[in-house]
Design a protein around this ligand. Structure first.
Ligand code: FBP
Length: 551
């Protein structure tokens, strides 16, 4: 047998031709809609973005062929990986070449820092070909460097001028696209002639609004996690001896957890947004979990599945207050950073917190308390992927069950296994949906660039219809912004889309969760992502999108 360099699926996917919206298949003209406003804090955002505020929405229509001048474009992958990033680049590449075969595409290496450090490669057909329809961001790498200083923007301008780059495409989440907007404003105000276009990426699914129906990568990642949850449920239902506590990525919003629950129907699913709305404490969450475990045990069922969103800890009001105090306290704090031992750091923090937050901090196991003070990411966020909430909950639930047992109110056996799913799904081979969606987003970016637009995000909508009916265009990034507190200061940022408790996905879940929790259980086993076969198996969008679009 010959040594293998690619799996049969990799070989097959290399020839997959992603589907495009009909409007992108021929020559395109731009149609401008009404002027826009930011989602909140209009006066502040307008003052901060005088050159890119209020621009109109853009849609594409079929048009006449025209001569397009040569352009150079630089592309950046920013933040966490999400399935489909390579296809944004292939769509962008193909779109640029269709506009003018002499157009050039450069990739900045290792994320936004590549622009500042002048680290790049030219992306040619032979390079792009190797990455079509593949997962990962390894074609040029990614990073989380925050672009926030004029000196960084000026270094970027320098390399763009040197390479003949007229436009930069930033493929990123809410923070990275906020950066893209700041960069677009700076370059426009300085009259550099460099345009900046964003593309909505993040498995977390929280970069969405009226014009951005979903961020790419959410579809594939949720399908991968749901397959694993389904497999665990089948194991649980076969062995009948473990409770599985499964934490799922999603730094802030619970979209991933909710979507996985809709796909797999676990016994319990915690939704952070609901915990916050009901002003629940950690103890309340434990009580909710415990009551389901006790009820199932009364039917002799000492097993089950519990989905926990990674961001939960920040949505428990008392914890949120503690984390916000820690964020302000630890921002650029040289005194804290100079301390050597964990104990010194713990004492220092305790001395600086308000009375309430100190009580909460003291009530946490030391390991979790320490995890809360670890380095923030460059955007000032707590790195929740490092906080093992599922272990904290197992510990607290076990204690509570022991109490109930002593009181004669629980007679079951509790044996728990913890899981964390995040990295398993971020670089999976993109589903057909993500492969098509990302290719269309990249292609859309090429059209926006050719029309001279800046400060826009690629937008592809009507996503539950067949791809030919998708609606492509551009949305001003300032339209999505509001002011939020970061690193102790008010900053303009793209508003995060949290799970809406009155939205169709949560409402569906709320209506069915009691049935999923009880002794009959309703596990669904989604199985692996399918790339070839009947459309109802291979091309289904997420349940979240389907429910949101259901009239
Ligand atoms: P983005 O918002 O950059 O897409 O990243 C999201 C995410 O995958 C979160 O779900 C997770 O908390 C975080 O990245 C993990 O970050 P890192 O890759 O730095 O470990």
């Amino acid at each position: 047998m010959k040594p293998m360099t690619k799996s049969p699926l990799q070989v097959a996917r290399a020839t997959y031709q992603p589907k495009l919206p009909a409007a992108l298949k021929g020559n395109v003209v731009l149609k401008e809609g009404a002027a826009t406003e930011s989602v909140a804090d209009q006066a502040d955002i307008k003052a901060l973005f005088p050159n890119t505020y209020g621009m109109p929405l853009i849609s594409f229509e079929a048009g006449e062929a025209q001569a397009n001048p040569v352009v150079g474009v630089g592309v950046i992958l920013s933040g966490g990986q999400a399935p489909g990033g390579h296809n944004v680049i292939s769509g962008l590449f193909d779109g640029l070449k269709a506009l003018n075969p002499n157009n050039k595409l450069y990739g900045f290496l290792g994320g936004p820092s590549g622009l500042v450090d002048h680290s790049y490669i030219e992306l040619t057909e032979s390079i792009v070909k190797e990455y079509r329809n593949t997962g990962g961001f390894d074609i040029i790498g990614s990073g989380r460097t925050k672009l926030e200083e004029d000196a960084q923007y000026d270094k970027g301008e320098e390399i763009c001028k040197k390479l003949g780059i007229n436009a930069i495409v930033v493929i990123g989440g809410d923070d990275s696209n906020t950066n893209a907007c700041v960069l677009a404003e700076y370059y426009k105000q300085k009259n550099t002639g460099i345009q900046v276009i964003g593309c909505p990426k993040t498995i977390d699914g929280d970069l969405k609004n009226e014009m951005i129906e979903t961020s790419f990568g959410f579809d594939t990642a949720c399908k991968v996690y749901s397959e694993l949850i389904g497999n665990i449920q089948r194991d649980a239902n076969s062995a009948k001896k473990y409770w599985h506590f499964i934490r799922l990525m999603g730094r802030s919003a619970s979209h991933i957890t909710l979507e996985c629950a809709l796909q797999s129907q676990p016994n319990i699913c915690i939704v952070s947004e609901e915990v916050e709305a009901k002003n629940m404490t950690l103890k309340d969450v434990v009580e909710e979990i415990t009551s389901v475990i006790v009820n199932r045990a009364s039917f002799g069922l000492n097993f089950g599945t519990i989905l926990i969103p990674e961001g939960l800890i920040e949505f428990i009001p008392a914890m949120k207050k503690l984390i916000s105090e820690l964020n302000d306290l630890l921002a650029h704090n040289d005194d804290f950073n100079a301390l050597e031992t964990d104990d010194e750091k713990r004492q220092y923090v305790k001395g600086m917190l308000s009375v309430d937050s100190r009580d909460v901090y003291n009530s946490l196991p030391k390991g979790i308390a320490k995890q809360l003070t670890l380095d923030r990411d460059p955007h000032g966020n707590v790195q929740v992927s490092l906080i093992e909430t599922e272990k904290l909950l197992i510990e607290m639930v076990a204690k509570r069950l022991a109490q109930l047992k002593a009181e004669g109110k629980y007679k079951g056996k509790f044996s728990a296994i913890n899981h964390f799913f995040g990295y398993e799904g971020r670089c999976a081979i993109p589903s057909n949906f993500d492969a098509d969606y990302t290719y269309s987003l990249g292609y859309t970016a090429s059209v926006l660039i050719s029309a001279g637009k800046t400060g826009y995000m690629s937008s592809v909508r009507n996503l539950t219809a067949p791809a030919a009916e998708w609606i492509a265009g551009g949305v001003p990034i300032t339209m999505m912004m509001n002011m939020e507190r970061r690193h102790g200061k008010m900053k303009p940022v793209i508003q995060k889309a949290l799970v809406l408790l009155d939205g169709a996905p949560f409402q569906y879940f709320a209506k069915h969760r009691v049935d999923w929790a009880d002794e009959k259980q309703s596990y669904v086993y989604p199985g692996p992502v399918q790339y070839y076969g009947p459309s109802e198996v291979c091309d289904q969008p997420t349940r979240t999108l389907l429910l949101e679009h259901e009239k």
